[in-house]
Design a binder for this molecule. Sequence first.
Ligand code: UFG
Length: 341
Amino acid sequence: MKVLVTGGAGFIASHTNVELLGAGYDIVVVDNLANSSKESIRRVERLTGKKITFYEESICDEKALDEIFAKEQIEAVIHFAGLKAVGESCEKPLEYFDNNLCGTIYLLKVMKKYGVKSLVFSSSATVYGLPEKLPITEDFPLSVSNPYGRTKLMIEDMLRDLYQADKEWNIALLRYFNPIGAHESGEIGEDPNGIPNNLMPYILKVAAGELDYVGVFGDDYNTPDGTGVRDYIHVVDLATGHIKALEKLQQNPGLVTYNLGTGKGYSVLEIIHNLEKVIKKQIPYKIVERRPGDIGSCYADVTKAKEELGWEAVKELDKMCQDAWNWKCKNPNGYQDGQAE
Ligand code: UFG
């Protein structure tokens, strides 16, 4: 079965590509490399010994998408492509709406034209806004507080409307919690541009001596140690969730929604201390102001994915930290290291 992976050179996508190829799927990737590197595609090919058909195109180019669908016999799509930085989305909302919303509309139009009606969509726990209680189940009310989150929720809404209008679609909305870690080979991992926004890549840079200290965004939340609690999931576990979702779509389930997390919450300080244990070195940190828009705690109820997909995350926090550090040590400058042109 041939799967189109949009944004297929990115962090979660590259790990999903390894699992897809391992499970026998053929992959076509479309990625404009705005926030990712072609090197990740080469590394996945090297790791798996299999080929990926790669198109350096934007999903905002409807004609290019059309040509890809005309040429390749695509049977399902995993849609990762999108801008994803919360802070940047507040500064440049139109770019986020244009790229994430328009790109998705073009993709869906072309899919419809070619009769491809199986889609796995990368959604986010951000669609739960400030949850009233924990853990979060899929039927919680949805709300968002920034343009990035709004694009995720609007795409979910678009997909629900599309499914209402045409029940031939099979759509899996996957709501990711906080993916960290890397493939245990250390060949692929997270490679953000510039100063990272997210906690784990930031801590890795401090641990490597590239940044002075971790700014811990607030220690007065209603959590055991006062710092923010999140549901961190190993990116390889997250990747296997996509394989299970694709398998589910083959049973014609209609539109389905799953939380992909571990169900366990860890605080910022627990993450820092766990990484210190792995690298056997202290990681300097300072408590600083809360980051606007952050919530105290967020973790998933993962029962639905377990029961309906037969999937659950199996890798513990130690492994997430070990694999993240291994990737960082092997590639201090991300994919710039060992880029073979
Ligand atoms: N944090 C710090 N210092 C930092 C970075 C983060 O203390 O330098 C804290 C945050 O306050 C939060 C935790 O670490 O408590 C995790 O922050 P991240 O930025 O890594 O992740 P978020 O939970 O804020 O956001 C992530 C994704 C979003 C997604 C959201 C869904 O980045 O895309 O999860 O819950 F929408």
